[in-house]
Design a protein around this ligand. Structure first.
Ligand SMILES: Nc1ncnc2c1ncn2[C@@H]1O[C@H](COP(=O)(O)OP(=O)(O)O)[C@@H](O)[C@H]1O
Ligand SMILES: [Mg+2]
Length: 391
């Protein structure tokens, strides 16, 4: 698997995090969103993390989707605890030389890193401070799929703790704690910064740029170097195909590999084959969403429809919503039945509905919105059994 380095983007974000970019709010926290599988985690780990480390920053990375069965609050605490572990000896020495009473180090010494996952928010910010003091370096905490923190109370508490740690550690012109939060779903990530009492109220959520032209130029060059007889590679066609794959490198590379393989037995150019694979993939994904939708019970369909239509305005149990479900299903619907339907949608594998600890709902996969909107625009919503059979 090749990795295309995104050095320029990493540099730009590092400067923003350090407060070197005028009018940028990044020193208060950098919030980045891009759809699933477009390269966020890869960029954060393979480009941004090393770029920060080169400058002597201690980087803690945690992916809240790495193990979805575990509490996101615990995952965050553990990642910080693990980063702190190599510094524990130094921490003890520091406390001794400063005189335990003199500084606040005594408190830090109580931190038992094996138990850190169960510690409360206050200790979490102490642990970050300890990490900064013992490493004698700025600390960057990268929380990947950060919106997932909102699905548990411990996760919410951890976010609040990070915010307070940031406020304690950072001074204008001196950024000691850098926070980077990424998410696959802009609407959900926005809940960290826009809703009432949101931990990072007032921060902006930025779209992370997708891989594009320069990535395709890199790929085209690779092909031309390895197989000179394919020169010149049609870069525009490749870019179109890549976009057709939703800018997801994995699917694109797979199709490219297939088209370039001698086993493909192509007698014509490979570019149209890659374009065709992109079209096919799109059609397959839509067919999958359609068949998932049609596999639902009537009330589950109606609730999902309402959620797709209302987005952030969705209120599952208000009068209008209940009337909507009733109209779509032809039967009386109670809040209890609605709640059961929502729960069933959440429990499916993969889940179709997402719920925050505060009881806010969203579709689990934001790609569903695009599918819904396209179908509405084409007057092909809702899907029907007839379409499913392809009649
Ligand atoms: N810069 C890159 N160059 C090559 N392949 C990449 C690059 N970024 C991501 N990929 C590939 O795309 C796939 C999805 O990337 P990932 O970082 O997991 O996406 P996300 O975190 O947005 O879901 C991975 O298989 C990865 O190898
Ligand atoms: Mg990821």
């Amino acid at each position: 698997m090749i990795h295309y380095p995104r050095t320029a983007l990493a540099k730009e974000l590092v400067a923003a995090l350090q407060g070197k970019t005028v009018f940028s709010d990044a020193p208060n926290g950098l919030f980045l969103t891009a759809p699933r599988r477009t390269g966020k985690s890869t960029f954060l780990q393979a480009d941004l993390k090393p770029a920060l480390e080169t400058l002597g920053v201690v980087v803690v990375y945690v992916d809240l989707w790495a193990d979805q069965r575990r509490d996101p609050g615990v995952l965050i605490a553990e990642a910080i605890g693990q980063a702190l572990r190599p510094h524990l000896g130094r921490l003890a020495k520091l406390a001794k030389s400063a005189g335990v009473e003199g500084v606040n180090l005594a408190g830090w010494l109580q931190i038992n890193t094996s138990k850190i996952g169960t510690l409360d928010g206050a200790t979490l910010s102490e642990a970050l401070r300890a990490l900064h003091e013992t490493a004698k370096a700025p600390v960057a905490l990268i929380v990947d799929e950060a919106q997932h923190a909102l699905t548990s109370e411990m996760g919410e508490a951890a976010m609040a703790a990070l915010k307070s740690a940031r406020d304690q550690l950072n001074r204008p012109g001196a950024v000691t704690l850098m926070l980077v939060m990424s998410g696959s779903d802009r609407d959900k990530l926005l809940r960290l910064v826009t809703t009432n009492g949101a931990p990072f109220y007032g921060s902006q959520v930025h779209r992370m740029p997708m891989l594009g032209d320069d990535f395709m130029a890199h790929i085209a060059q690779l092909i031309e170097t390895r197989q000179p007889k394919l020169k010149p590679v049609d870069r525009e066609a490749l870019l179109l195909a890549f976009q057709g794959f939703g800018c997801r490198p994995q699917f694109f590379m797979e199709a490219l590999g297939n088209a370039l393989s001698p086993l493909a037995g192509l007698t014509t150019r490979f570019e149209p084959a890659v374009l065709e694979a992109a079209r096919q993939r799109q059609a397959d994904e839509e067919a999958q969403m359609e068949s998932d939708y049609l596999g639902l019970k009537p009330l589950e369909r109606a609730v999902l429809w309402r959620l797709l239509e209302q987005g952030q305005r969705f209120r599952p149990y208000d009068g209008e919503a209940l009337a909507f479900y009733q109209k779509k299903t032809g039967a009386a619907v109670t809040p209890q039945k609605t709640q059961n339907a929502l729960e069933a949608l959440r429990q499916r594998i993969p889940a179709m509905v997402w719920k925050s600890a505060r009881g806010e709902y969203a579709v689990d996969d934001a790609a569903m919105h695009r599918w819904f909107e396209t179908k509405v625009a084409n007057n092909t919503w809702p899907p029907t059994e007839r379409q499913r059979e392809g009649v």
